[in-house]
Structures are given as C-alpha cells and as structure tokens.
Write a new protein. Structure first.
Length: 294
C-alpha cells in the first residue's frame, strides 16, 4: 500500500499546492521554478470561477489560481492526458486572466501585471521537442529580444524527467523527482537539505488524512485510475486500428504488385511474338521504356 498520496489526483494535487495551510509549499516551488528571476513571499488564492468555463472532464484537469503580493497571477494545472487544442486552451486561460485586469475602473492605464501559466503534463506534448521544461515568452522572432514579460507559459513534461535521487542537483529537480515518484516512495528524500520537504511529508502522508479526506482521496484515486484505463484502451484501440489499416494497405499493395507483374509477363510474351509497342501499350498499360526493358 502506498505511504504517500498520489499528486496526479485532484485531491492530492490540491492538498499539496492548493490549501491555505500549505501555501508555503507552492511559494517554494514557484521560487525554485523561477530561481534568480523572482522571490515570492506570499500568495493569495483566487476564486477559480473567474477563469473561463471549460466543458471538460474535471477528473483530469485540476487548476490552482493565485496572485502574489506584487499582483502577478499564476495559474497552475496538473494535466493527466493530452487534449484537443491543449495549447490553445492554455492561451485562452491566460489571455482571459490578462483581459480581466481591465475591469478595475475608468482610471486604469493598461498597467498590466504578469500572468504565468504553469502546466504539469503527465504526457508528452505533441509537435514539440520532448524535454522537461518548455518556456514560452513573447519575443522578437529575429533578435529573440523580449517584447513583453506580461504573459508566460511554462510546460513541465513529467515523462521527460528521468533523473534518479542522487542526480537531482537543483531544488527544482528535487521537487520534480518527489512529485513524479511520490506514490512509490517509502521515505521522503531531501529533508536534510531542505526543510520544506519535512512539511510536505506530513501533508502527503496518507495515514494523516481524516476520515472525510480519505473518502475524497479514494474517490479521486478511482477517477484517476479510470482515466488511465480509458487512455490505455484508446491507445490500444488506435494501435489495433493502425495495424489493421497497415495490413489492408499491404494486401492491396501486394495485389497491385501482382497485377503489375502479370502485365510485364504478358508484355514480354507479346514483344517476343513481334507485336508493336503501340499494341502492347494498349493491352498492358505499360510505358515504352518499361516494354523496352523487357
């Protein structure tokens, strides 16, 4: 039986990063994510209802919406499966958060606060280089100079992280290692190096859950596992359909090649009988060069 909660579940992800009592964990993670760029000291969780409505499977989409003491906004998601127009949806979410800043009143002068999207992906992003972290910023195409720092996307592709515990040299590495392997860990690593992992261990220990929390977590696990089974079935069905299609194409190709060989044999016989190229071409459909090569 697992010792720690699964962070890829709705309850698990929000228990780690989405509670007021544990918001220092999210602050620490964001500071490690943006090391030497920002130093966040406090965050305030915002009502998710201000985000645009999304008619999707809430069993696989979990989001946390917060703002820093400087007014910068963060949308943090755990995404367990690829989605149609996933990148466009991310753009829509962040753009909506930007546009809502204009609702402050008549005296507002477009003094935008930065909006960050942090997307944990438990899958590989299609049509993109496969790497752990992909940062998308607004910059000039030729000079690569930043045009604006008010909109930023950070995609974290968890399957691309393959480091072992001893290979984690940065605090960001350590966070990703713990999150990716949490459900299989027997002990919480890195506690001696960073005290935040001591608090994390207490929060994610399944034995520390109340009866109500355990019921919600068990239901969350069921939803997560059902989604995995659904994904696996879809993948297997796709592979089977692809195999069937490949076999059908192979058979059709074999038949076509067989007919082509028949035409060459007939053309060769007609050529040896002295029939003209025009007549052979009319009967077999072969070109003059093909007939000449026989």
């Amino acid at each position: 039986m697992a010792k720690y909660i699964n962070p890829f579940t709705d309850v698990g992800f929000k228990k780690i990063f989405g509670q007021e009592v544990s918001k220092d964990l999210l602050i620490d993670f964001l500071n490690d994510l943006l090391v030497e760029e920002k130093s966040i000291t406090d965050i305030t969780f915002l009502d998710k209802e201000v985000l645009p409505e999304y008619m999707g499977d809430r069993g696989v989409i979990y989001d946390i919406y917060c703002t820093t003491e400087n007014g910068e906004q963060f949308i943090v998601e755990m995404q367990n499966r690829q989605q149609v127009n996933f990148r466009e949806r991310a753009l829509y979410y962040l753009s909506h958060a930007v546009s809502r800043q204009g609702e402050k009143g008549a005296d507002w002068r477009f003094n935008l606060k930065a909006v960050y999207g942090v997307f944990f992906m438990n899958f590989r992003l299609e049509n993109m280089p496969h790497k752990l972290r992909t940062d998308i910023v607004l910059s000039d195409r030729d000079t690569h100079e930043q045009f604006s720092d008010k909109l930023r996307f950070i995609f974290i592709e968890l399957p691309s992280f393959r480091k072992e515990e001893a290979e984690c040299v940065t605090d960001f590495d350590r966070w990703i290692y713990v999150l990716k392997n949490m459900e299989t860990l027997n002990r919480m690593p890195f506690k001696a190096r960073k005290s935040v992992f001591e608090k994390l261990e207490k929060i994610v220990d399944i034995a520390s859950l109340s009866k109500e929390e355990r019921m919600k977590y068990d239901e969350s696990i069921k939803v997560y596992r059902d989604s995995l089974v659904t994904m696996e079935f879809a993948e297997q069905k796709g592979r089977a359909e692809g195999l069937a299609e490949g076999m059908a194409k192979g058979m059709a190709k074999g038949k076509a090649e067989g007919k082509a060989e028949e035409r060459r044999i007939i053309a060769g016989q007609l050529k040896r009988m002295g029939m003209s190229f025009d007549a052979i071409r009319e009967v077999t459909g072969l070109s003059d060069s093909e007939i000449d090569a026989l």
